[in-house]
Design a protein around this ligand. Structure first.
Ligand SMILES: NC(=O)c1ccc[n+]([C@@H]2O[C@H](COP(=O)([O-])OP(=O)(O)OC[C@H]3O[C@@H](n4cnc5c(N)ncnc54)[C@H](OP(=O)(O)O)[C@@H]3O)[C@@H](O)[C@H]2O)c1
Length: 313
């Protein structure tokens, strides 16, 4: 292909038609100096400014350049982006892993217990790592070669435990990811629930502390998802609990009641539930689509993005 182009340009500029001379001399289209050797492409000019070619030169330009057939170099295809899912064996994390695998990404997970004891094909495709976000040194190697992180780590317990697992653990992960130069980090946080925030103080304080850290360390690539109740099929041991039986109808009823969520006290309780499939879809898109806007995505945003068919990839 390259060889043919070279001959074509050589014919046009060096083919000896009087008016078509080297573009830079007469202000016409300059020949590409990388494609046409200057001595052949630009005929000399006589005193009238007209171009002429020596016999020798015209012979040379009429002969097509002989270019050796280029050697085909085998370049390996670019490796697909590697996504690290923190908490990949949990309810939300397992759906994020499945979604990312479906989209063709390489998926690794980190959680304390490693690979879940289930016999589902997706689980065999994930690179499972055992690790604890409360021990940040153990994260450094795992974050090597990772292009984006999705954190689905969180939990309930005493106030101090909830702060640690929703806050400190995730803050550690954000700091290591930033040190490693990872470009995008998605955190599955939670919507405000009014007075419930007060009852679960450690949980919400931990979430908001993580959000603040993410926005400061990943100004251009940090995305915070704030779902309310997430429904779908949750696995507890070998038992599958279909939370969607309750969650889906609630979502249908509440998704158009957005103004009511601004009511004091009860308002936030009317935040519509959202499906785990939607959360996973938006999390993977936010982690891998470079034009997905950074910042906070509330439950309505999650529903909207998950309904979009097109990816900017
Ligand atoms: N489910 C909901 O309705 C809902 C609603 C709103 C927001 N969220 C948020 O969404 C996120 C995911 O929720 P989920 O329901 O999927 O929770 P989950 O099923 O309990 O999963 C939590 C995951 O975190 C891992 N983990 C816990 N502590 C860890 C640590 N110190 N180091 C590494 N991994 C750790 C767990 O694995 P190991 O135990 O093996 O470590 C598990 O994979 C949480 O942040 C939660 O607050 C959930």
């Amino acid at each position: 292909m390259g060889a043919r182009e070279t001959c074509g340009r050589g014919d046009k500029y060096g083919g000896g038609v009087g008016g078509i001379v080297g573009g830079d001399e007469v202000g016409r289209d300059p020949p590409d100096p990388f494609l046409v050797p200057r001595s052949l492409a630009l005929p000399s000019q006589n005193n009238n400014g007209k171009a002429f070619l020596s016999e020798d030169a015209s012979k040379r330009v009429e002969e097509p350049f002989k270019v050796e057939e280029a050697e085909t170099v085998k370049v390996p295809p670019p490796s697909p982006d590697k996504l690290l899912v923190l908490g990949g064996n949990g309810f939300v994390g397992s759906h994020v892993c499945k979604e990312a695998l479906d989209k063709g990404f390489t998926v690794a997970s980190l959680n304390r217990s490693g690979k879940p004891s289930i016999s589902e094909s997706w689980a065999d495709k994930v690179i499972w790592n055992k690790g604890n976000l409360l021990e940040p040194d153990s994260l450094k190697d795992i974050m090597e070669g990772v292009s984006a992180v999705v954190s689905c780590v969180g939990g309930f317990g005493s106030n101090s435990y909830m702060y640690k697992i929703n806050g400190t653990a995730n803050i550690n992960a954000i700091r290591v990811a930033a040190e490693k130069g990872i470009k995008r980090f998605v955190y599955v946080s939670a919507a405000d629930f009014g007075f419930v925030n007060y009852l679960l103080q450690g949980y919400y304080e931990g979430k908001r502390a993580t959000e603040a850290e993410l926005l400061s360390k990943f100004t251009y690539g940090g995305v915070i998802l704030r779902p309310g109740f997430i429904h779908g099929t949750r696995r507890v041991g070998s038992v599958k609990i279909p939370l969607g039986l309750v969650g889906s109808p609630m979502q249908m009823v509440l998704q158009s009641a957005k103004p009511l969520t601004r009511l004091p006290l009860v308002g936030p309780l009317l935040t519509p539930p959202v499906s785990v499939a939607s959360v996973a879809k938006v999390a993977v898109r936010a982690a891998t689509d470079p034009v997905f806007p950074p910042g906070i995505v509330d439950v309505y945003g999650i529903m909207r993005y998950s309904d979009q068919k097109l990816w900017a990839l």
